[in-house]
Design a protein around this ligand. Structure first.
Ligand code: NAG
Ligand code: NAG
Length: 341
């Protein structure tokens, strides 16, 4: 009998070793070798941080090569973005004059610069339609963004998917239930009167750092960014459209009838003719050359303001970008930050 005991114990031990061993193999297989299928949310987030920020293409509105496009290309290379700057044709004077008169004679009408800008935007929207894109992101050529744009855009992807109640099976970065996703603008009054999704984002400017015409309306929680129904977004600095959105915008903004393209779109967002979502604070804003040059925008330039003689100096002297804490242009061109004070 005493000789029996150790044998039974050792059989029991072998069994234990076997069970542990099997468990270990299964554990390694499951957690190291076997790749579990990712959830649609994770796949969507991964897609959102690709070189076109989860849109099918990034198209840039640009009149001609300048400090604007050279800085833009440098910034895109730095953050790993693929942009396309299509060559655009100029409208005739006759067409511009007609365009400016469209709509109610007593209503609002675009200035010369606004009319050129408007038609150029429309041409780009039609180009995107002709390419049959599912989604497109249109940028103006003096746009700037944070060096963490790819992390930021993943948060936008999740928030837009939540905001628009995407299907559980949908793996696209932003779903399809919207017309315009306004990520770059000069402000939307940041009011909390429309439904919104709030999320933490370490790259958000604080209330003290935030500047612009919407500063008086600033009522955001510190460290939070929001995706919400657009109330009053101004400035088509960076806006995405779905295929449905492009077609609606071409018709809605193809009528003229307001002071500028962005204001015409804003009117459509407000009247709910267009389904618009805005990111607040904005992810993209205009980079502006040093103030002492009395820099003027492309639109104001056509309207007769400003002087182009000093434009070549713009590339040597650092300007600023509002509300972008770590400007990509300033990082790559000047090794610095340049948040507008
Ligand atoms: C980025 O992702 C979007 C959405 O999945 C896709 O349409 C686009 O082609 C991708 N971009 C690149 C460069 O692969
Ligand atoms: C909006 O924000 C203000 C100020 O923070 C607050 O007093 C108000 O209750 C909020 N309204 C809604 C609808 O959440």
């Amino acid at each position: 009998m005493p000789a029996f005991k150790p044998r039974r114990r050792s059989r029991f031990q072998s069994l234990c070793y076997f069970v542990f061993g099997l468990g270990f193999v299964l554990f390694v297989y499951y957690y190291a070798l076997h790749e579990p299928r990712s959830s649609p949310d994770i796949l969507a987030k991964e897609a959102a941080s690709n070189s076109t920020l989860g849109f099918q293409k990034i198209l840039v509105l640009s009149k001609s090569p300048s400090w604007r496009t050279r800085g833009l290309k440098a910034a895109s290379a730095y953050t790993g973005l693929d942009i396309e700057i299509p060559v655009q044709s100029l409208p005739t004077d006759e067409f511009i004059q007609l365009w400016r008169k469209l709509g109610d004679p007593n209503g609002k009408h675009p200035g010369l610069g606004q009319a050129y800008n408007w038609i150029a935007h429309l041409d780009l929207v039609k180009y995107a339609i002709a390419l049959d894109l599912e989604t497109v992101l249109i940028l103006e050529d003096d746009v700037d963004w944070d060096v963490t744009i790819k992390q930021q855009i993943q948060l936008i992807s999740s928030a837009v998917r939540e905001f628009t109640f995407v299907d559980d099976e949908d793996e696209t970065p932003y779903g399809k239930s919207w017309d315009i996703l306004w990520i770059g603008h000069s402000g939307d009054p940041l009011k909390n009167e429309t439904r919104r999704v709030e999320f933490k984002d370490p790259s958000v400017p604080s209330k003290d750092q935030y500047t612009g015409w919407t500063k008086p309306y600033y009522n955001l929680n510190p460290g939070s960014r929001y995706v919400q129904r657009a109330v009053n977004p101004v400035g088509t600095i960076g806006y995405a459209m779905t295929k449905r959105g492009m077609k609606k915008v071409a018709l809605w903004a193809g009528k003229g009838e307001n002071e500028a393209y962005d204001i015409r779109l804003l009117e459509g967002c407000r009247s709910k003719d267009l389904s618009c979502i805005v990111v607040n604070p904005q992810l993209m804003h205009h980079y502006v050359p040093p103030m002492d040059f009395g820099h003027i925008s492309e639109v104001a330039g056509v309207n007769g303001a400003g002087n182009k003689a000093e434009e070549e100096d713009f590339e040597k002297l650092m300007g600023s970008t509002p509300n972008i804490v770590q400007s990509t242009r300033c990082r790559v061109l000047f090794g610095s930050t340049c948040l507008r004070k």
